[in-house]
Ligand binder design. Structure first.
Ligand code: SF4
Length: 355
């Protein structure tokens, strides 16, 4: 496949084959930017970007998965391990509210004593206190582990969450969702098949979920491509229920894996590839959490949305710096040519009723 064929396929709204990705990956920056912007502008108002102010509240760092790229976790009962109380969780939310934020993502480790009902009850108690807020209430990876701890099926676990009023389970914990990568770096974490089976059960229970990817470890281009192919197929199978795709980058500090960080240029180019290949996902989100203002250059590479995070211990432990000077970050969006607009959380998508 040549660049001209890719251009033609995009103009005719045909999905790109996987063989297009290596070709795009060799294309000049300005071509990637131009193609990704054209694709973005077909779906979203040109010159406008949306954002949320949100906190990621890490209610526990206790984890038995031991991923080698993680600087956040502590083994059970080891120094520094913690499990926040409801009051401590609420203190974090109050801090977010003082910044004007109305969205919380919960994210913790694989805690061997937390059953799915424990999560559901914590989330219900938090929601009762903050009825005006929106919550992403765990990641798919945590959900898988908690269902195992609880010895229930994914369908049962998803029902427990739904019955307690949960609306969203994010697609976090995916990183590079291919078997070879997980065998190298996170053999005790959710497998690829488990991840998608669980996400399907979550969607079938009427909850919302999202798609994610983390790049910049030692993954090969082939592994990145496999991640996108499997994700796009899954999105087709579930009828487009995932509204957004967020790509962020590995932070290597204080981790067993170590290594360096990829540069902004590589991140931007990959965002463009994702926008062009993932024709069935509406929103491509750039990661201020791991790239700070540079993430906003991603608006020129196909991204249409971003977060302004107020806290996240997982990435901060590995070297992320979180700035609360939001006006400066928003100014970076304007400098990239996009007017940032604060948005509401995306509505949960559900399948149309049959019959
Ligand atoms: S990345 Fe998540 S699952 Fe892996 S060790 Fe860290 S907290 Fe545990």
């Amino acid at each position: 496949m040549q660049l001209d064929d890719i251009r033609e396929a995009l103009e005719e709204r045909r999905p790109l084959p996987a063989s297009a990705i290596p070709v795009l990956w060799e294309a000049p920056d300005e071509v990637l930017s131009e193609l990704a912007t054209a694709e973005r502008d077909r779906r979203h108002p040109p010159g406008r970007a949306t954002y949320l102010v949100m906190a990621i509240v890490n209610y526990t760092n206790v984890c038995v998965a031991r991923c080698d790229y993680c600087a956040f976790y502590r083994l059970p009962n080891k120094p520094g391990s913690y499990l926040l109380t409801l009051e401590e969780v609420c203190e974090r939310i109050d801090l977010l509210r003082s910044f004007g934020g109305r969205m919380v993502g919960f994210n913790g480790g694989f805690h061997p004593k937390l059953r799915i009902r424990d999560y559901a009850e914590l989330f219900a108690a938090v929601r009762a206190r903050y009825p005006d807020m929106a919550f992403y209430e765990m990641t798919v990876a945590e959900f898988v582990y908690s269902c195992k701890v609880s010895q229930v099926s994914f369908a049962h676990g998803a029902r427990v969450l739904a019955d307690h009023g949960v609306r969203w389970v994010t697609g976090g914990g995916a990183e590079i969702l291919v078997p070879s990568f997980r065998e190298r770096h996170s053999p005790l974490k959710t497998t690829v098949d488990e991840f998608y089976e669980a996400q399907r059960a979550i969607l079938e229970a009427g909850l919302g979920s999202t798609a994610t990817m983390v790049i910049g470890f030692d993954e090969t281009l082939e592994e990145r491509i496999e991640h996108l192919v499997r994700l796009r197929d899954f999105q087709d199978q579930v009828g487009g229920l995932l509204p957004s795709f967020l790509c962020w980058t590995y932070k290597p500090y204080n981790t067993e894996l170590g290594g360096g960080e990829i540069g902004t240029r590589e991140y931007l180019r990959w965002l463009a590839v994702c926008r062009l290949f993932l024709h069935n996902i509406d929103h491509v989100r750039a990661s201020v959490l791991t790239r700070n203002e540079d993430a906003l250059l991603g608006l020129r590479y196909g991204a249409d949305d971003f977060d302004l995070p107020t806290e996240d211990e997982v990435t901060r432990s590995a070297g992320a710096t979180i700035h609360h000077d939001f006006e400066r970050i928003l100014q970076a969006a304007r400098a990239a040519g996009y007017e940032p607009t604060l948005r509401e959380p995306f509505p949960v998508r559900t399948r149309p009723a049959v019959g």
